[in-house]
Design a protein around this ligand. Structure first.
Ligand SMILES: [Fe+2]
Length: 314
């Protein structure tokens, strides 16, 4: 009964045409579906399913839902029972209710975020194909993001982070890889990073005042690609709140920047490290929080913890 990977993010954006231009020409994604109401579905060149981002035209830039993919359709029935036995209500949406997907098992996480699981989504294939493929698409645009890598969600306080982390460990069999501890004797988890694969994180949670979306990260190969991506962003006057740097937490090489609606995005490069089930949990204490986030400077950056996208619901 396996959750295999992150599938897609569904967000509201302010100007759909500006967003289309940004995600196509700067991120290097392609629109694969467009609904009558203007909603856009996009994929990266190295992804094979039909989309990993849903952009809905709106008057508010907010977060709707996040979805992960499971291995088999029957996993949804097994997980429904396991989740409900844990005390969390679920709803099974019929095939097609979420665009181009099979059945979707939806729920509210302990944090309050809407979380979806699905097994089937329309297949398109990588832009380079799967027979004698080129290593990258010669006609790719912008930073040529490979794939949706992970997301960090904001929870209301450490209690919500801890409850949601426990849920992912006990119900979804994710592995806790890193944590920031706080409070008396470090007894609280102020932030956690969890993996369902071999990478340092597929999802992360951090404590804040309101539930929301802190950032959506896209994978790039390595440090040179990060440098080139920052050049592309500068040429296009993309607002950044962090120029290229290394994370202490996860060891990723990173840039934080914003889309035209103010959603924070990240380019995350490098393997970080290889996660095995018996790897010890890495802990960062409160005094080393900023070293964990921005390893080189070790200093707080601007509105990093206060500026983020709120959920479209309370
Ligand atoms: Fe990240």
């Amino acid at each position: 009964m396996g959750i295999t990977r992150i599938g897609h993010l569904d967000i509201n954006v302010l100007d759909i045409n500006e967003s289309r231009d940004y995600y196509e020409n700067i991120m290097g994604m392609k629109v694969t579906r467009e609904d009558k109401d203007g909603t856009l579905y996009l994929k990266c060149w190295d992804e094979w399913d039909k989309y990993s981002m849903i952009l809905r035209p709106s008057e508010e830039a907010t977060f709707n839902r996040i979805a992960f993919k499971v291995r088999n359709d029957s996993d949804l029935d097994d997980l429904k029972k396991k989740i409900e036995d844990y005390g969390t209500p679920t709803t099974m949406l019929p095939a097609g209710e979420i665009a181009d997907c099979g059945r979707v098992l939806t729920m509210k996480l302990p944090s309050g975020h809407t979380f979806d699981l699905y097994a089937e989504k329309a297949f398109i294939g990588k832009d380079v194909g799967d027979l004698n493929p080129a290593p990258w698409p010669i006609n790719g645009k912008g930073i040529k993001a490979h794939w949706l890598d992970h997301s960090l969600l904001m929870c209301q306080g450490p209690e919500a982070v801890m409850a949601t982390t426990k849920f992912f460990e006990e119900v979804f069999d994710f592995k806790l890889t890193e944590q920031v501890t706080a409070g008396p004797d470090g007894s609280l988890q102020a932030a956690t990073w969890l993996s369902c694969s071999s990478t340092p994180h597929d999802i992360a949670f951090v404590a804040g005042p309101e539930i929301g979306l802190h950032h959506i990260a896209f994978f790039l190969d390595g440090w040179n690609d990060i440098l080139r991506a920052a050049d592309v962003m500068a040429m296009n006057e993309v607002k950044m709140d962090l120029t290229p740097q290394r994370h202490g937490i996860t060891r990723g090489e990173t840039i934080y920047f914003f889309d035209p609606s103010g959603h924070r995005l990240e380019t995350f490069a490098g393997l970080g490290y290889f996660v095995q089930p018996d790897m010890p949990v890495v802990t960062w204490d409160e005094d080393h929080l900023w070293r964990g986030i921005f390893y080189h400077t070790g200093q707080e950056v601007g509105a990093f913890t206060t500026a983020y996208t709120l959920a479209a619901y309370k």
